[in-house]
Design a protein around this ligand. Sequence first.
Ligand code: ADP
Length: 609
Amino acid sequence: MNRSPATKDRIKVHRPSQHSAVSTAPVHPRLSRPGRRPKKPIIPTLLRFIDGFLPLPSYGTFDAEMHRRGRLLVASCFGFFVIALFFGIQMSQVDQYPLTSVLIMFSGCGLSIANLILFRWTGSTTAPGALLCIEALAIQSFQAFHDMGLNDPVLLWMLVIPWLAAFLVSPFSGFIFGGLVALIAGAFFALDLSGYVFPNFTEQAYSLFYFLELSTLGLFLGFLGWLYEGQTLKNLREAHHKLAIAHTDLQKSNRRTEQILESITDGFFSLDHDGCFTDLNPQAEFFLEEPRSALLGRDAREYFSGDVGQEIRGRLRSAAKERIPVDFETFYEPLNRWFKVHVYPFAEGLSVYFNDITERKNYERGLIEAKEEAEQLAQLKSTLLANMSHEIRTPLTSIIGFAGILAQEATGNHQEFASLIGQNGQRLMDTLNSVLDLAQLERGALQYNPIYVDVADETAQIVQLLKPLADDRSLYLRTECVTEDVMAAVDKSLLNRVLNNLIGNAIKFTNEGGIVVTVSGCETRVSVAVSDTGIGISKEFMPHLFDEFRQESTGLARAYEGSGLGLAISRRLVQTMGGHIEVESEKNVGATFTVHFPRTVAAQPSEDD
Ligand code: ADP
């Protein structure tokens, strides 16, 4: 039998290793001894010959089990062919056999070949196996009918049929063919009993024995085949079942991973060690503007090519080379968007997560622009204030001065008008000074020169200056010093402005009674408390007391002059000196503002207040 090279390859694929080891081991010409031919083992050679008739591996699941059965089928077909040929020749030489018997035997040969062809065509042993069993059964039955040949040795073939069927067709078909053998034997026995004369009958009286022998042996062999093949198939089914479960678990796990990747809002893609896309989620498809199918297997360096992808390429390369996670923000020109990218190396390459941060970037840019604008405005404000200081204060000083001279020289109504001009001019000057002070504080341009002073003396001097104001409103104003040592490190000018403001407010907001200014000291600080019997401060207004431009009475109900800046400035000045202000007040009873100064020079402004 000639075998093509293709057939050789096929055998290598399916043959168990022990055979291939024997058959394919090369013998080096120089190593082989002259005159000694390499030994050719018979069984492997025979198996190679049989394998030449097996179907191609491309036929479905042609596994090791199928291979075993395939060999059995091929061997059976050949066995059947040889027996049919042998008996066909023998019958043709004996006169007592009619031509039909001879022809049937020869057609058995043809059918064996047909089975082999069918096997190669279908790639399964089921159909050719069933046909082979039927053919064998039919031919042997015909033979038996001719000579009531239950004693003919060839009929032993019949016993092989159930066993063959169990292997080649299905485990249970062994029983069916075993039953058929029993049926045929039973039919002959019945014919024999009924007195039927078989054409070439030789011996009588043994028909019962042959019937029993054939039928029980046939069923027994069918049973053996079922037992063996049934168990093999059961094992196979169990293995298949386990495999199916593992496959389902794997599919579920894959699906879960896919769902996780789909559910995250970040874009995700992974690259293998060659830099080709191995996976990506829908968000990545959306941002990369290419379908998954077009990206998978494609080289990422080619996708992020040119100058626009230079940064991304570089980052991916360094993450892959150094095997460390890389985070970066990049502007991707083709999409006109900013992305935050995280690159993580893993065993099979790189995983890359990225999200669109264009809005955040725009917001940040807006903030920077706003900051720059605010800085420009602040610069403008400083210029304006500097100009205000010069352009308003200078003429205002002249107005106040000349109004004073006029008030002294004029008489009657004119004197009153001149003093009103002077008063309002002064009021305007106070407001201007407050605004300029605040601007100076905000710029941080305030000069602070602390020296040790006796706070009681300083307070007494200020009170002395403000006394006429209190007298005008028929209020008492006095100073009390309850501690001997009230020395503290303060800036005299700042202390002056703070106490002026607090005592001025006390005079302004008190209609009856008066004001007591108490100076006291403890180990670490010196305190000045300004208590009045005035209108007091409501609980609601208390939190806003030190806010800029805030006054308790506003709008038309406003009964007191002022800009609402005095306390805001005073607090900042006190903080500059390292102290703080406390307030206690009851509406319509009075208010007490207490300022605490540290005895030593303050290192930095206190934020206690
Ligand atoms: P201004 O006195 O110019 O209005 P201030 O900042 O000095 O501004 O004071 C803010 C507000 O606090 C005042 O308008 C007033 O309502 C309240 N206030 C300040 N001192 C007193 C006080 N001694 N008694 C009652 N209310 C006061």
